[in-house]
Each structure stands twice: as C-alpha cells, then as structure tokens.
Write a protein that binds this ligand. Structure first.
Ligand code: DHE
Length: 652
C-alpha cells in the first residue's frame, strides 16, 4: 500500500518566519480533523511526483494544502491549470517582486495578507512539485484522521516549557502572541494540527524558522512534546520585584579590592569577549596574540556583551536575565559582580555620557515587562521600571519586551526599544528613578539597530513589519520609517561613505537573501536620507548581522538561519568602493557562520563558527585571507564577539 501523503498539508507558520510570515488567515474548517491527506488505495504516484511530494512536505506544506482548502496561503490544487509554469517559477523564487509588480501577485497579497518568502527551487524541482500537486489533486484523496494533541503534565510539561524558553520564546514571545515569528497561541496552533507543527519543527521554514529536527537540536521525542505544548495555553511566568532582584545580587570583588590602574601589560582595549552560548560562558581573548585569557561562567545562554564607557568592564547579559560584570584590568579578566534582573533578557548597556562613565548599567527584560538599572561598578540594583502599556495601534498588551538598548554618547540617555508596543523611548539616567522622558510612536515589533555615523540618529528594525525606523535623539523626534525587505536584521548596522550617496547604513534580512543600503546623511544628502539607495540579492536568507569598520573596504554579512545548510556556512562581503557584492564563500564544513567583529585597528575580522565544536576564524580584512582558525574543545557554540574598543565607542 502506498501512502500518498505522510505528513501534514496544513500549517500556518509556527515559525520565526514562515513562508507566509504574518497575519495569517485562519484555515476554514482546518483543524485536527482536516490536516492530512492520505489515500490508501489511490493510484500510485509517478516517480517525479514522489520526489515532488518530499519537496512539498519540506518547503510548502507549512502554508499550503492540495485540495484541503486555503491555509496561510492558497490551496494549490490545480495551480498548474490556473497559472503557467513560468509564472509559478517566478512567483516562488521572487514572491516579493511578484507581489509588488505582478497583477495576480498583488491580488494574492491583498487576499492572503501575508508575504511569502523566496524559495530556492531548480527547474527540475519545480517540475516535480507540479507533478505532485497535479497527481495529488486529481486523486481526490480523502483526508486522513488527524493526530490529536495531548495535554502535557508533570516532567513532560516542565521539559517542554524549558525548550520553549530556550528555542522559541525569543521569536514568538513568552505568551506566544508573535513578534519576530508569528502568533502561535492555541487558537491558531490547534487549527494547524500536531503533524503540521511537527513538520515545521523538523524541516524549518524558508523565512528563518530553523529546522530544529534536521539539524539535531531537537530529538523526535522533543519535537512531539513541543507540538503538543504549543497547542496548550501558554503558562504565564511571575513578575520580579526590586526586592527579589536585590536578593540575587552578589558582589564578588568589592571596588576597593580592584586594581586602580591596569595590572595587565596587554593591550586590553583590543580584548575580545566571545560568547560561548550553550556553555553559559564568555571567553576573553587577547586580540593581539589571539590567546585565550579567561573563561568566565556567566550563566545560561549569554546573549550579548557590551563594554562599559571606558572599556574597563564587560557587561554580559544572559537569556536567563543574569547580568555579569567582568573586570579586564587584572592580569586575568575577573568576574566581579552578578545579579539577576529578569527571567528572560537580551539587552544591556552602560552610561556613556560625559561625567557618567561606567557609573550605571541598564538591563532590558523580555520577561517581566521592565527595565532595571544597576550601579555600574557593583551591579547593586537601583530601580525597576514597568513598561507594560498599550501598543501604538491601541492594542492592549500582556507582554511588552525590551529589545535593543543603545546608550547616547552625548546626553545621559538610553534609547530603549519596546518591542510589542512599537515605541522607542528615552530613559534619562540623570533623573531619580531613571524615568522614561520621551516616547516615540514608531512601528510595532522593534528589534535591533544602532547609531548612524554621527551618533545623532538611531535606526532600528521593526522586523516583523519589514521596516527600519529612525529617531533623531538630539532633537528628540521621530523622523521616519521605511520598508527594506522581509524582516530586516541589522545587528548594530554598518555605517560607511558611499561614493554617490554620502553616509549610508546597511541591513540584511532574515526573510530573504537581500542586502539593503539606505541613505543616512540628512545633512549633506537629504534627498537620499532614509531611502533605500541600493539593494542586492545576495547571500542566503536567514541573515542576522552586517558589520564594517571605518578603515575597511568591505561590509561583511552572514546567513546563519538560512534554510539551506550550505547558505548557513557562508560569508559575503560587499565592496563599498565598487558598490557591489564582491564575493561569498563557504567558511565551514559544519555548523553555521555568524556575527563579525573587527579588531581595534580595523585590520582583522573575527567570525564565529557556531557549532557544538565551534571555531573562531580570523581574517585579514584587506586581503580577505584567513590568518587564524581557533578550534578548541572548550569553544562551545561561539556566537557574538565584542571588541572592547569598538563596543565602547560604537564603531560599526
Ligand atoms: Fe539576538 C542582539 C534578541 C536570536 C545573537 N538579539 C540582539 C538584540 C536583541 C536580540 C533584542 C539587541 C540587543 C541590544 O543591542 O541591546 N536574538 C534576539 C531574539 O529575540 C532572537 C530573535 C531569538 C531569541 O530567542 O533570542 C535572537 N541572537 C539570536 C540568535 O539566534 C543568536 C545568533 C545567538 C543566540 O545567542 O541565540 C543571536 N543577538 C545576537 C548577537 C547580538 C544580538 C551576537 C549582538 C549583535 C551586535 O553586534 O551588537
């Protein structure tokens, strides 16, 4: 007996970036009872259709069915009769242009209200897909009974909750209302059905959802747990008061016991802090000699480091909300204080205005909805500020995460992104209680970004809205927002002088392989400011970071979350002078390439090989030649790297 369809044909984008990424329509009638089409006894599929079925299941089934009705996108039954193959090929490979320029494409976008992400398919693969759709559609195969979901309890529930926190909540939100990834609350996930959810968890989705099963991060058993867990109501974690935060504070080395001047003779301003994500550690390297100087236990899944204003200290923020202070002046870099300000966090920065150097630190929480301010030398907690508020469109929120935080170099201000609400706010740390003193309505789902070259304008990605937003921090006003592509993700961005457009900034995208350069020179080139001036289809989708240095000819960019394994391992460089993508190359045989950091002089670039047995690859920037590859057993999942000088001075 031939099984015609062993995996679901329904799924409305469980993922960080589903093929159709957001605002998905509910599936009429779809649900546990209508998710699988299997037809014992139906005519056997041709060889081409069998191959097409495998492709359909990994690339399309999350959003489309054949003959079972519309899902996130249209039912594809008879698509080969409605449209010709050339049109279909164009649409699946470049849906962004097609939904902008082609009349049918425009209609589809208007009807389904969700942008499809580009899909890399060859001509023979397209033939196979169409063969499968045609044969499956013609068979009129009956829907197979769905796999019902099971309410988890006890250890299973706790395990699933832990996995959700580690792997899913960052994109989908603690309460699963969606942000970088779509809403996956039970009202939606139960309509998708267990098998469809499993399919997305195993295979990922083209726009950025990682293939957790395929890459071995989640076992079959864990995938089964998660497929059930996300059909249950999300558990709501508790809040965290200032008193509770104070109870976690640990001053390991009092200020009086720390060196008064650098003890180390090394060039500490060229140290690199390297995150060893899954080990919960930070490795400190001497950027000159490339020696490892210390491995500091910083807590679970450190997300970023920031250097204090003088560069003497690193602040490390863990996904568990633990904040660590590392002193770089002793002979061996030393952990001097720790505290936990939240249950879930991604951002931290110090006070950088004149007179405030190294005095204060702010931690931004994903949960609970608050920011916390600490003493910069001891991490003694000083105040918390609740940021729960209605969104800019009036929606009442239960979750409002603090995303990127960037310290002003001119004023005693922190620029703080409130993700779900869509406000960029200014926190004045010279005022008692560290209040929000300005609030700009920008765009919902703010994520990451950084300064322009003059450090007057802040440019942040609202990645689920496909936009960058700009605030003038000097004049304290919202400037504009503009579309760049599917899910811009600049990291801190890349500032450089373009031969034609003056100062510009760059971003890549999670949802499509696209490098975008936009004007950022309102003083000298106002006509181009905050407009896309160049764009390149380059690299892979699933790109997270761009980076440059004032002395570099290149802008470096990665694509670690690409659906295709080969794309996750490549590095691309854009040539600022020639205004073109110079080249892309594979830098690893396993794992993923992510994140770039220059040394203090802007001559070398450090790149992470993100893997259980990871690597740091150091390139000579001028020649684009590898000069050192550090591969050690203790180099577990290296992700972000932060050069002391560049991070303290916001050089990017
Ligand atoms: Fe990050 C920056 C949130 C996934 C590595 N990440 C940031 C910032 C935020 C954020 C808000 C900006 C901090 C700032 O500037 O103050 N990141 C999130 C997520 O919510 C998301 C999408 C999912 C999650 O669960 O965390 C996510 N990030 C990742 C990764 O998968 C990466 C590659 C590895 C990891 O640790 O999980 C990753 N994020 C980084 C790095 C930076 C970062 C290296 C700092 C970039 C820089 O150059 O400053």
């Amino acid at each position: 007996m031939r099984i015609r369809s062993t995996v679901p044909l329904t799924m409305a984008a469980l993922a960080a970036a589903a093929t159709f990424a957001c605002d998905q329509r509910p599936t009429p009638g779809a649900g546990p009872s209508a998710s699988v089409s299997a037809s014992a006894g139906a005519a056997p599929l041709s060889a081409a259709a069998v191959a097409g079925q495998a492709l359909f299941e990994t690339k399309c089934a999350a959003c489309h069915s054949v003959g079972e009705g519309d899902r996130v996108g249209p039912d594809l039954k008879d698509v080969g009769k409605r449209r010709d193959k050339t049109w279909i090929g164009k649409f699946v490979r470049d849906p962004v242009t097609m939904t902008k320029e082609d009349p049918i494409g425009k209609e589809l976008l208007a009807k389904y209200k969700a942008q499809m992400a580009p899909m890399a398919v060859t001509d023979p693969e397209l033939d196979q897909l169409l063969a499968y759709i045609a044969e499956q559609g013609a068979s009129g195969a009956a829907a197979a009974p769905a796999e019902p979901f099971t309410e988890l309890a006890g250890a299973d529930f706790e395990k699933a909750k832990g996995i959700y926190f580690q792997r899913c909540s960052g994109c989908h939100g603690t309460l699963r209302a969606g942000a970088t990834g779509p809403n996956i609350q039970p009202e939606r996930t139960r309509k998708l059905g267990t098998k469809a959810i499993k399919n997305a968890l195993v295979n990922g989705l083209p726009g950025g959802m990682p293939p957790w099963g395929k890459v071995g991060v989640l076992s079959d058993e864990e995938i089964a747990l998660m497929a059930n867990f996300i059909q249950m109501a999300p558990p709501e974690p508790p809040g965290m008061t200032l008193e509770q935060i104070k109870a976690t504070h640990e001053l390991k080395v009092p200020v009086a016991d720390r060196p008064k001047k650098p003890v180390t003779k090394r060039n500490w301003q060229n140290y690199f802090g390297v995150i060893l994500r899954d080990a919960g550690q930070v490795a400190i390297f001497d950027g000159d000699s490339k020696e490892k100087l210390a491995i500091i236990p910083t807590g679970y899944a450190v997300h970023i480091l920031r250097a204090s204003s003088t560069g003497r200290y690193f602040y490390a923020i863990g996904r568990d909300g633990k904040l660590s202070l590392i002193d770089l002046w002793p002979e061996t870099p030393t952990l001097v204080a720790q505290v936990q300000g939240c249950f879930d966090a991604r951002s931290v920065d110090g006070s950088k205005a004149k007179g405030w150097e190294d005095k204060l630190v702010i931690e931004g929480c994903y949960w609970p909805a608050q920011y916390v301010v600490f003493d910069g030398l001891t991490l003694e907690p000083k105040a918390t500020q609740n940021v729960l508020m209605p969104a800019i469109d009036g929606e009442q929120l239960k979750e409002n995460r603090v995303a990127a935080i960037v310290a002003s170099h001119h004023d005693p201000l922190w620029v703080v992104n409130l993700k779900e609400a869509g406000y960029i706010v200014l926190v004045d740390y010279s005022k008692p209680g560290f209040p929000i003193v300005d609030k700009f309505e920008t765009q919902r789902f703010l994520h990451d970004g950084g300064w322009d070259a003059s450090k007057r304008y802040i440019m942040m990605a609202a990645n689920m809205k496909n936009e960058m937003v700009v605030v003038d921090v000097k004049e304290r006003k919202f400037v504009t927002k503009f579309e760049t592509g599917i899910k811009p993700h600049p990291g801190r961005g890349a500032n450089f002088l373009d031969p034609q457009y003056g100062w510009v900034n760059a971003t890549t995208h999670i949802g499509e392989p696209k490098l975008v350069i936009y004007g950022a020179d309102p003083a000298k080139k106002p006509e181009h400011a905050w407009k896309v001036v160049r764009e390149f289809k380059a690299g892979g989708s699933g790109s997270l970071f761009v980076k440059t240095h004032p002395k570099s000819r290149w802008v470096w960019f990665d694509s670690p979350m690409a659906a295709e394994a080969k794309d996750t391992r490549q590095i691309c460089v854009y040539d600022k002078q020639e205004a073109k993508v110079h080249k892309c190359w594979a830098a690893l045989e396993r794992g993923r390439i992510t994140h770039f950091e220059f040394d203090k002089e802007g001559k070398e670039v450090w790149v992470s090989g993100w893997d259980k047995k990871g690597a740091i690859i150091v390139y000579d920037d001028k020649e684009l030649k590898e000069i050192k590859r550090i591969e050690e057993d203790w180099l577990v999942t290296p992700t972000g790297k932060f050069n002391v000088y560049n991070t303290a001075h916001d050089v990017y």
